[in-house]
Design a protein around this ligand. Sequence first.
Ligand code: GDP
Length: 357
Amino acid sequence: MSIKKNKKSALSIKKGVSQVKKLDKKTIVKYTLSKKTRKTPKFFLEGILKNNISVLSQAITLIESSKKEHKDKSQEIINLCLPYSGKSLRVGITGVPGVGKSTFIEALGMMLVNKGKKVAVLAIDPSSKKSGGSILGDKTRMEELSASKNAFIRPSPAGSTLGGVTRKTAETIILCEAAGFDVIFVETVGVGQSELAVSSMTDFFLLLMLAGAGDELQGIKRGIMEMADAIVINKADGDNINKSRLAMAEYKNALHLFPASKSGWIPIVKTASAYTKNGIEEVWDTILEYEKLVTKTSYLFQKRNEQAKYRMYETINEELKNRFYNDIQNKKKISELEKKVLSGEISPYFAAKELLK
Ligand code: GDP
């Protein structure tokens, strides 16, 4: 577009094109936001492939943005990164708050970094939408690991539903892999549905537990235990060592009762301590054994394919739901019909059918 300067103002442009009168705050904000979008997808790809953490972070911010133009650009970046993805080992880690997840990931992560690996830590925590802070993100976490140049730690995106956080994290994994991270930890709090989300995007699922904390199952549902490829009785140090060994035996017995996994892998129970570092190396060896098995049997390939298919349908469901509820016409109709349901005029089933028409 050619800009014809006129004598009165440097901001005057060609007739017929809307003119910017002055650079007010709104215009400046808009300009700053659009800066990220003005960089081409190829620019992002090149930066990411060079393991440029600043470019990687900016691309992830585009994934997390709710703006359509940012989302569209992020999709282009993801597509460009896709051929370079898939090479990492994706490890999901869960457990109740306080079980020691971040301390454990820091110990394991540092061990890997010292072996020359590049480690990324992502978090899934939909609770972060409530307070702006989150269970996973509001404390100083993994200080040593975050200072390492071979580690990248990204807290859970705020202000999202579980479906949204899941999609964003799965897409972030692709970018991190293109950036050359060898191991990606996806961490979540063991409360609710987020474990399912984590297992839908990781290769190996690790459950951290504590010994002797009242009920041995600590509110972790049986279904979550069934998903685990390994259970680690954490904080097995000091007075806790014997109790941890006892708990290990109990969990081993409990796991025997579960049906065999499709992978052919028999879940392992171990004890570990991030304080003494006992057991940390063994947990990693277990993960590598699993990787060896599932690579040999092609189960890993199948599992990742199934995960991709699952995510496609999840995205469709989420998008359909969003479109339905955000439609202005629907919004009006929904509140009208809701009133009728509450006054007993029509049944909820009838109201839903009416709306879906
Ligand atoms: P998260 O909420 O699951 O991420 O747990 P944190 O990693 O923040 O740890 C919760 C508390 O347990 C902190 O006070 C840690 O210092 C402590 N902790 C973590 N790992 C260990 C461990 O291996 N042994 C002992 N004794 N305490 C630990």
